[in-house]
Design a protein around this ligand. Structure first.
Ligand code: TYM
Length: 333
């Protein structure tokens, strides 16, 4: 008998345009590994509302559909991966409440993402503090083995694991313990304007040259890469390069598919201008077909809705089974 495939779960917030960090850390890995795993991918709309000012209610529904269209354009195949929207499966919020009751606030206050998002904010919503608990519910509901994410989400997957362990130790074995699946190169793509900062949607919304969006046209990509921070050393070896150049080399490696040694040979006696040109063209070559596909898919409302309905139907069964086990363990049913 063949061994059952490991279950993969992951998600992205439908907050505006996705950038190449989201693509490299998450979407590209999801699409590439689809045949290896039993896949569930979610658009996490309830996480997106933890920063309410980032949401425009009139546009939100459209943004959720656009994110689904982008999942498909990046290569997710609904025959191999269940795709759904988080808020259409209420078991997520129900389990999140239960998990909130066994999660120490001190664990949540230590989360790096919470600390950085709460900083400089006059008032912080309880949802922002509880963000990792909802994420734990997302993951644990499906008895997930692997969570493919960028490096910035490692801590959130670890706390999901800790919450699962705590629940299991109080109420008896219930949840499988998940692990993060993080790529070696490109786990943390840095900002083009400031390579000490992770490329992020929130910085990109304020600084024009911070990130490359998946929707950027070729001339915009060329302009942003041309303006990317470098140095005056002309050092093009992966191990010796400064942060900005290392980031560009990594982007080149990922988008060209070439190995580090091939890249270093190719760049011998070349300057930063040559590197930048190669990086831009490699990014354009990969994003152009995705953009073309996206334009076709996003118009097909009916198809998108059908895919989501099928995804919801499939995952709901798994979610309800776990939730029912949890309630029995606690004595709620
Ligand atoms: P979000 O939307 O902030 O990020 C989506 C994915 O993109 C990755 N990522 C990056 N990877 C490499 N370099 C970067 N600069 C970069 N920026 C973002 C993130 O690591 C993430 O994988 N909390 C999650 C959403 C979520 C989730 C889940 C994920 C909610 N529930 C359950 C997995 C499982 C998040 O960061 O979304």
């Amino acid at each position: 008998m063949t061994k059952p495939k490991l279950r993969v779960f992951s998600g992205i917030q439908p907050t505006g345009d996705l950038h190449i960090g989201n693509y490299i850390g998450a979407l590209k890995v999801w699409a590439k590994n689809q045949d290896l795993y039993d896949n569930i991918f979610c658009v996490v709309d309830l996480h997106a509302i933890t920063i309410p000012e980032a949401i425009k209610p009139v546009d939100f529904k459209k943004q959720i559909k656009q994110t689904v269209a982008l999942y498909l354009a990046c290569g997710l195949d609904p025959k191999k991966s269940a795709i759904f929207v988080q808020s259409t499966v209420p078991a997520h919020t129900e389990l999140a409440w239960i998990l909130n009751c066994i999660t120490p606030v001190s664990w949540l206050e230590k989360m790096t993402q919470y600390k950085s998002k709460a900083k400089n904010r006059q008032s912080v919503g309880a949802g922002l503090l509880n963000y990792p608990v909802l994420m734990a519910a997302d993951i644990l509901l499906y008895q997930t083995d692997l969570v493919p994410v960028g490096d910035d989400q490692k801590q959130h997957v670890e706390i999901a694991r800790d919450i699962a362990k705590r629940f299991n130790s109080i109420f008896g074995q219930t949840f499988r313990l998940p692990r993060s699946l993080i790529r070696q190169e490109g786990a943390r793509i840095m900002g083009l304007d400031d390579p000490t900062q992770k490329m992020s949607k929130s910085i990109a919304s304020q600084k024009a040259d911070h990130a490359i969006f998946l929707s950027d046209r070729p001339e915009i990509i060329r302009r942003k890469i041309a303006r990317a921070v470098t140095d005056n050393k002309n050092e093009l070896l992966f191990k010796k390069a400064s942060l900005g150049i290392k980031n560009l080399l990594t982007l080149y490696q990922i988008f060209s598919g070439k190995s580090q040694s091939v890249i270093e040979k190719l760049l011998t006696d070349k300057g930063y201008g040559f590197l930048k040109n190669e990086v831009s063209e490699a990014i354009i070559a990969e994003l152009s077909p995705i953009q073309e596909q996206y334009q076709k898919i996003v118009k097909d409302e009916k198809l998108l809705q059908e895919i989501l309905n099928r995804g919801t139907k499939k995952v709901e069964k798994i979610a309800l089974k776990t939730l029912s086990d949890v309630k029995k363990k606690i004595g709620l049913s």
